[in-house]
Design a protein around this ligand. Structure first.
Ligand SMILES: [Zn+2]
Length: 140
């Protein structure tokens, strides 16, 4: 049996979020630049550029986050895509447009950094609540 590509679940999570919200799905780009930044900043998972908001540039660390944090980060990025480039306004977009998520920040989240090949801790990472339907729906 073939193992799934390690990042397939990230694409699938973004697709499910966009279907849930009735939004056109942005593209995911695995970014050398964000990966490089993540070596020094364990919280560097994604960025959206104002000149082309339909692309979410991601580090491979995103694939290693606990799923509720990955969904939270992706929701925040959708806040940039469909709301604003501004950080606070992106979160406001999430809370307004996806109240079901129970969107919040978690003080510390550890994950296995794919390039450093050791566990790192990121502070203040986005998350969805344990009761969010998409989080419970992890196997489909
Ligand atoms: Zn942001």
């Amino acid at each position: 049996m073939n193992a799934a590509h390690p990042t397939t679940h990230v694409v699938r999570d973004l697709r499910k979020l966009c279907r849930f919200l009735g939004l056109k799905e942005p593209d995911i780009s695995w970014s050398v630049e964000v990966n490089r930044r993540s070596l020094e900043d364990s919280r560097a998972f994604c960025e959206v550029h104002s000149n082309n908001r339909m692309v979410i540039h991601c580090s491979h660390g995103l694939a290693r986050l606990p799923r509720k944090n990955r969904l939270g980060v992706l929701l925040h990025e959708l806040g940039h895509v469909y709301g604003s480039i501004d950080e606070v306004e992106a979160d406001t977009w999430v809370v307004t447009n996806c109240p079901e998520a129970g969107f919040k920040y978690i003080p510390r989240v550890s994950y296995l950094h794919p390039s450093l090949n050791r566990k790192v801790t990121a502070r203040n990472v986005q998350s969805v609540a344990d009761g969010f339907p998409l989080f419970l729906d992890a196997r489909t």
